[in-house]
Design a protein around this ligand. Structure first.
Ligand SMILES: CC(C)(COP(=O)(O)OP(=O)(O)OC[C@H]1O[C@@H](n2cnc3c(N)ncnc32)[C@H](O)[C@@H]1OP(=O)(O)O)[C@@H](O)C(=O)NCCC(=O)NCCSC(=O)CC(=O)O
Length: 412
């Protein structure tokens, strides 16, 4: 106490990390129940006792074929739906029962993905300093973040942040928040978790309600977890663990598209979740706005690469959404391959999806490494309103130190 008073600016500076936040590990999980898209129209119209709506089933079958989904995993099984006949009627009060299901299932799914991420990271769960969690599948207090502390063996002092109802951009939003936490708290190790089950959306088909068909054909359940930290270290625990960054998060931005408040909407109703996400306007506004968002992200960094020189992690809202991104940016077919594969194999899992895309991308890049995978990349996610999240990513080399930035960037 007797030493000279510290300068507040120096204290703040000393608490900040030196380097950028980096993704140090990724884990994913899905429920066991796998549904094949080809078989789903028969299942769905059968489970909802709607076989008599033959024209609507044909329309649903055509829609299922164009969404870009081959299979998905769903928490709700025929057995669970059989126990809740009230879920079939969108106008019946069923929210409480749906929330009870989410309250039990979402933390379990989130914990499974988190355990995988922490195992890959290699350090003890107690070394996690911050927890940032998101879900659209409920709004409980205490929430999934609270439940994860005992489930994972995190410290009770872990600093928690919970983001509810951010829609499909939630996965990018939690990464953005974690980047700020990691860069402003030297030594912080942030566990980021996104987890979704879509039982809130399940209801019977009705003539004139196209949104219900899109909801049933597009969405899947899953969880993704990421460990984020700056300045990777090597520690002895007592075994030697060397943190290996996968992607550095160079910048993270969020933009509202003007006059888009009614484009993608979702709200809680007594019968589950209502709203509209499926208009063609989503495609039009994404097409009209993504290039500006990308230029705003890349130009200040002095990265002048063409779009085809980057790697891409785009939230796959649907196959038409990815087609629109492809068309506007004139991307080579392989550029959105990771997004298309995740959409095909898991469906749109809201914010979880982009974490699966990052996982798929890093596996593909490990294989490509010798042939020279791109060094710089873009992550994009879209969601309610129309909100666009844009991140600049930097691939780290296999040794885990990250390649040197180009001269242009160093000078910027
Ligand atoms: C829903 C779509 C797949 C439909 O694809 P297209 O637009 O290419 O459709 P299309 O013109 O070929 O039409 C296919 C069939 O659907 C019917 N159809 C299309 N749009 C319709 C509408 N709004 N109302 C009623 N019917 C409609 C057509 O009549 C046709 O029927 P027929 O077969 O009888 O001729 C697409 O518009 C789309 O991907 N929209 C964006 C959805 C999305 O990804 N949202 C964001 C992700 S979720 C999200 O982001 C949520 C969140 O953030 O919370």
């Amino acid at each position: 106490m007797g030493s000279a008073p510290a300068n507040v600016r120096e204290i703040c500076r000393a608490r900040r990390a030196d380097g950028p936040a980096a993704i140090l590990a990724i884990g994913t999980a899905n429920p066991a129940n796998c549904v094949l898209q080809d078989e789903f129209p028969d299942f769905y119209f059968g489970a909802t006792k709607s076989e008599h709506l033959t024209g609507l089933q044909d329309k649903f079958t055509r829609l299922c074929q164009k969404l870009g989904v081959r299979k998905r995993y769903l928490h709700h099984t025929e057995e669970l739906l059989g126990a809740h006949p009230e879920f079939l009627d969108p106008h019946a009060p069923s929210l409480d029962a749906r929330l009870d299901i989410a309250k039990a299932a979402v933390p379990e799914l989130a914990a499974e993905a988190s355990r995988r991420a922490i195992a890959e990271w290699g350090r003890p769960a107690a070394d996690i300093t911050h927890l940032v969690v998101t879900t659209n599948s409920g709004a409980h207090m205490p929430g999934v973040d609270f439940r994860l502390v005992p489930l994972l063996g995190l410290r009770p002092t872990v600093r928690r942040t919970m983001l509810y109802l951010n829609g499909c951009f939630a996965g990018a939003a939690v990464l953005r928040v974690a980047k700020d936490v990691a860069e402003n708290n030297r030594g912080a190790r942030v566990l980021v978790v996104s987890a979704e089950i879509t039982v809130q959306l399940f209801t019977r088909p009705e003539e004139g309600c196209f949104q219900t068909l899109v909801n049933q054909g597009l969405f899947g359940d899953g969880a993704g977890a990421v460990v984020i930290g700056a300045d990777p270290v090597m520690i002895r625990t007592p075994a030697v663990v060397r943190e290996r960054p996968i992607f550095e998060i160079v910048s993270a931005a969020q933009t509202i598209v003007p006059d888009s408040e009614d484009v993608i909407t979702m709200h809680v109703t007594k019968g589950g979740y209502g709203g509209d996400i499926s208009t063609r306007k989503v495609l039009v506004l994404i097409g009209d706005n993504i290039e500006r968002c990308l230029l705003d992200a890349f130009e200040p960094l002095g990265i002048g690469a063409g779009w085809n020189d980057l790697f891409w992690a785009v939230h796959p809202g649907s196959s038409p959404v990815l087609d629109q991104v492809d068309a506007v940016l004139r991307l080579k077919p392989e550029k959105l391959a990771a997004s298309r594969r995740v959409l095909s194999e898991y469906g749109n899992m809201f914010g979880v999806t982009v974490i699966f895309v990052l996982d798929e991308l890093r596996r593909r890049m490990e294989k490509e490494e010798e042939e020279g995978a791109p060094e710089w990349g873009a992550l994009m996610a879209f969601g309610p309103g129309l909100t666009v999240e844009t991140m600049v990513l930097h691939r780290c080399v296999a040794q885990g130190t990250g390649a040197a930035p180009p001269d242009k960037l160093a000078a910027a």
